[in-house]
Design a binder for this molecule. Structure first.
Ligand code: ADP
Length: 421
């Protein structure tokens, strides 16, 4: 059973116990009257029975107004007193005094550990009153003498009631205990998952700071070196150095963009909207056409015009940008390079496929290419963050990215999108 943080089901169990006991007292009072009316109508004393009829009604009303604290304590106190008055003025053979046992078991069941003072007080009171009834012979109400047959009937009724109330109180205590344990276990599980997430985040942060400082410093050091060389060469070799400096600057730019994408993905809420996939993919291909070597690659977009999909435009854009730009970065210019992008709807699995015939990825690297800062070959040109960000973004959208690749033959990435249907 699920238990919320406020422990509401535990309170409900105790309220249920109270309501049922009250109902039982109410019914028992009526049975008592019925038995008396049948066997000894002359002994009916409404004053004696009235507390056992009014107490349940009063306590139930207090409970309805959520005054549990008052109703629990005052109810049991009143019940003890009424029981003492009634039990002390009749023979102990009726077994009425046994209800003090019920009072004790209810007092233990309905108070929490924090309220143990009240519980102990009421248990002691019940025990004291029970002893007084058994030992002393004083009585505040007129003494009632029942015939032995009636005493036996009352004894059976009382022992049945005591057994039911005590067993139910015990069952409630066990139930409450069980629920409290469940509650603790589910909280522990939540804490454990949060700890794992925290550990992962810490590890990633460590790795990020280490690699980021390196990735930011490396291009700056290169630029510094190139500028020194330019100074020494007196601008003679400017055509040689300027493209190299530009290359280093664009490396830094890519890295900074990756960092921004990463941070935006982890902070920004998912915003779903209808997207024209055809337009999106063509825009990305166009924007990447200025990439080194892109002009030599044949792009094939197999997506029908007006293909609408519901997704987060920013995140899907990041995923496609990273996968398509990789197909360009890792193209093999020795064969006729191509990049094919297609979309297929297949029952509850829609797929965007990006296929290239580039340099491919060695099998040993495949399981790790989605890791942070992982570069799978020496010709890798980026920061090793692209695929990591793509997968993180995909996770936010509930998408999966699968890869298959063969060294020197090509790579295929499939983005699996769960169908909205
Ligand atoms: P990078 O910034 O190095 O490109 P990515 O996270 O985007 O980092 O990719 C990780 C590694 O996976 C790359 O270094 C590259 O070796 C390999 N890779 C990714 N996509 C392809 C592809 N289409 N073809 C060949 N290798 C790829």
């Amino acid at each position: 059973m699920e238990i919320d943080k406020s422990g509401v089901p535990i309170a409900q169990s105790i309220e249920r116990l109270m309501n049922r006991v009250l109902l039982l007292v109410f019914i028992a009072a009526f049975i008592y009257l019925a038995v008396l009316k049948y066997y000894a109508p002359q002994d009916i004393n409404l004053w004696l029975v009235s507390p056992f009829l009014f107490l349940p009604i009063t306590i139930y009303s207090l409970n309805r107004f959520k005054q549990f604290n008052y109703s629990k304590f005052l109810g049991l106190l009143g019940y003890n007193i009424a029981l003492f008055l009634a039990a002390s003025s009749e023979s102990s053979s009726t077994g009425l005094a046994m209800h003090f046992v019920s009072c004790c078991s209810i007092a233990v069941a309905i108070f929490s550990y924090r309220e143990r003072g009240k519980s102990i007080f009421l248990v002691c009171l019940s025990v004291l009153l029970f002893i007084s009834v058994r030992i002393f012979s004083f009585h505040f109400l007129p003494y009632r003498n029942y015939n032995p047959e009636l005493e036996k009937i009352f004894f059976v009724i009382h022992i049945l009631c005591v057994a039911i109330v005590s067993a139910y109180s015990f069952y409630t205590v066990v139930g409450v205990n069980y629920k409290a344990q469940q509650n603790m276990r589910s909280k522990q599980a939540i804490i454990e998952t949060q700890n794992q997430e925290l550990r992962k985040a810490n590890q990633e942060l460590d790795k990020f700071v280490y690699s980021a400082s390196h990735d930011l410093r490396a291009p700056l050091t290169s630029i510094k070196g190139l500028v020194n060389l330019m100074e020494m060469d007196d601008l003679v070799a400017r055509d040689e150095y300027v493209p190299k400096i530009k290359g280093q600057i664009s490396k830094m730019e890519t890295f900074m963009r990756d960092v921004v994408d990463y941070s935006r993905n982890s902070r920004q809420d998912v915003k779903l909207e209808e997207i024209d996939l055809f337009v999106m993919v063509n825009d990305i291909v166009k924007s990447l056409s200025f990439f080194d070597g892109a002009h030599a690659i044949v792009f094939e977009v197999n997506i029908k015009n007006d293909q609408l999909i519901t997704s987060d435009e920013y995140r899907l854009g990041v995923i496609l940008n990273n996968l398509i730009s990789n197909s360009i970065k890792y193209a093999n210019f020795k064969s006729d390079p191509f990049v094919k992008i297609s979309y297929s709807e297949n029952g509850n699995r829609n797929c965007i496929t990006i296929e290239d015939n580039g340099i491919g990825i060695a099998e040993a690297h495949l399981p790790k290419i989605f890791d942070m800062f992982y570069r799978a070959s020496t010709v890798s040109k980026g920061s090793g963050l692209g695929l990591y960000i793509a997968v993180e973004s995909a996770q936010k959208l509930n998408y999966k990215i699968n890869v298959s690749s063969k060294l020197n033959e090509g790579t295929t990435f499939i983005i699996e999108i769960p169908s909205a249907k």
